[in-house]
Design a protein around this ligand. Structure first.
Ligand code: GTS
Length: 215
């Protein structure tokens, strides 16, 4: 298997935590994609993932899988413990629900803010963005508020349970962590100090070996 990604970027981080959790890193070859040089917007990369984003998992049979959720599900289904996407029907549904919320309310909102209301990945990627870039800046700023609301929501969730989707660590925790990591990049959206449950959970998560040392 190959993973096409950019190390230390937040979405690639999600898959690298999964690989560390599942002890699968040795089975994967990493192929570095140069995001600031817009390599992910060139034909060769778009043939693997038409949305032009990393990470992408390439299977040995030539199949390309993009979207961290899909990659996580593939890796999680390769073997048993630990299970990151749930075992029972209820667990699977809860994890899927919280994971989706973590994407839309947090990591994607931070990403939109980063790409549309800050200098983002820089000038070389700009031509591949929407032609209404300038007009979209305000739209990007609105996503900063959305991300802050997402943080408030997850703070509330974590006041009454140890993990994002309930009693066990899961893919949903990894997505929230990716969102906070993105928000922490150059401190673009600091987590408000009053979100003590979220901050305590984050500190606890950073004690996990997979989060401390992702693949
Ligand atoms: N939903 C996608 C997933 O789950 O894989 C999001 C992928 C994504 O947005 N990746 C970013 C990217 O490639 C990298 S990261 O900074 O978010 O980690 N962005 C390139 C671009 O030009 O938008």
């Amino acid at each position: 298997m190959k993973i096409h990604d950019a190390p230390s970027f937040p979405n690639p981080f999600r898959v690298r935590v999964v690989l560390a959790e599942k002890a699968l890193a040795s089975q994967v070859e990493f192929v570095k994609v140069d995001l600031p040089a817009a390599e992910h917007k060139q034909a060769a990369f778009l043939a693997m993932n038409p949305t032009g984003t990393v990470p992408v998992l390439e299977l040995d049979d030539g199949t390309f899988i993009s979207e961290c959720t899909a990659i996580t599900e593939y890796l999680d289904n390769l073997d048993g413990e630990p299970t990151l996407t749930g075992r029972t029907a209820r667990q699977k549904a809860m994890i899927h629900m919280m994971q989706k919320r973590a994407e839309s309310e947090l990591i994607d909102a931070v990403g939109i803010y980063f790409h549309h209301a800050t200098t983002g990945l820089g000038d070389r990627v700009l031509p591949y963005k929407s032609p209404e870039w300038a007009a979209r800046t305000e739209w990007g700023r609105m996503h900063r508020d959305k991300a802050l609301q997402g943080m408030r929501y997850f703070d509330k969730v974590l006041q009454s349970q140890p993990y994002v989707a309930g009693d066990a660590f899961s893919m949903a925790d990894i997505t929230v962590l990716g969102g906070l990591m993105f928000a922490g990049y150059e401190n673009i959206i600091p987590v408000p100090e009053e979100y003590t449950a979220l901050l305590a959970w984050k500190n606890r998560m950073y004690e996990r070996p997979s989060v401390k040392n992702p693949a």
